[in-house]
Design a binder for this molecule. Structure first.
Ligand SMILES: CC(C)(COP(=O)(O)OP(=O)(O)OC[C@H]1O[C@@H](n2cnc3c(N)ncnc32)[C@H](O)[C@@H]1OP(=O)(O)O)[C@@H](O)C(=O)NCCC(=O)NCCS
Length: 177
């Protein structure tokens, strides 16, 4: 899954658990997730074992020049409609431009390798980086779900994004490598 730019996606394995947990628990990642408590090692391990055993879920590590710099989770939610949902985060110290590469490579994986029809994403409306990121990748805003999430102290809107396989090849300019 590596590209000519020296970056790529690979399956997450048990050896990545500590690294991915540290990214997930970082305040600048955690504050944009639906569950925002600090996740313990046991909870993380149980999540990994469950998710890893589920054939609908693709847990991926994004690497740049051999350095793990991000995590992506693609879940096929409808086999008939060929539709998946994704979630992702970068290592908090990932170099500039990592998000774009992580995004483009995930789209190639989803539409070229898995031949899915549609990828959906959700972002808390205050997560402006993620909103801009989805838009830059060619996603369309399909929903604004009002007061959709409660974080323990207040309600927040959630933005629903969607990208079709046909729009990916036409709008993103991605090449089939
Ligand atoms: C969401 C996320 C992956 C988006 O990545 P990103 O911030 O777009 O990552 P990039 O490194 O590609 O870009 C960083 C910024 O530098 C800019 N940039 C990227 N490459 C650049 C370059 N070569 N030269 C100049 N600027 C550049 C981008 O436009 C972006 O600016 P912006 O935030 O003003 O739009 C990342 O912010 C993240 O992991 N956030 C925390 C977790 C999270 O929110 N996950 C999503 C939940 S829905």
């Amino acid at each position: 899954m590596a590209s000519e730019s020296g970056s790529g996606l690979r399956p997450m394995h048990a050896g990545d658990l500590d690294r991915v947990l540290a990214w997930r628990n970082h305040p600048e990642v955690r504050r944009y997730m639906y569950t925002q408590h600090v996740i313990g090692r046991d909870e993380h391990q149980a999540w990994f074992e469950r998710a890893h055993a589920d054939p609908a879920r693709h847990l991926l590590v994004f690497e740049r020049e051999g350095r793990p710099d991000g995590f992506v989770n693609v879940t096929i939610v409808d086999e008939v409609a060929r539709r998946a949902e994704w979630g992702f985060y970068l290592a908090p110290d990932a170099p500039r431009g990592s998000g774009r590469q992580l995004g483009e490579q995930t789209l190639a994986y989803v539409f070229r390798d898995l031949t899915l029809h549609k990828l959906c994403g959700e972002a808390l409306a205050y997560n402006e980086r993620s909103v801009r990121f989805h838009e830059r990748l060619g996603f369309r805003q399909e929903a604004r779900l009002r007061d959709h999430h409660f974080d323990g102290s207040g309600y927040h809107d959630v933005i629903g994004f969607g990208l079709l396989a046909t729009e990916w090849s036409r709008e993103s300019g991605s090449e089939v490598r």
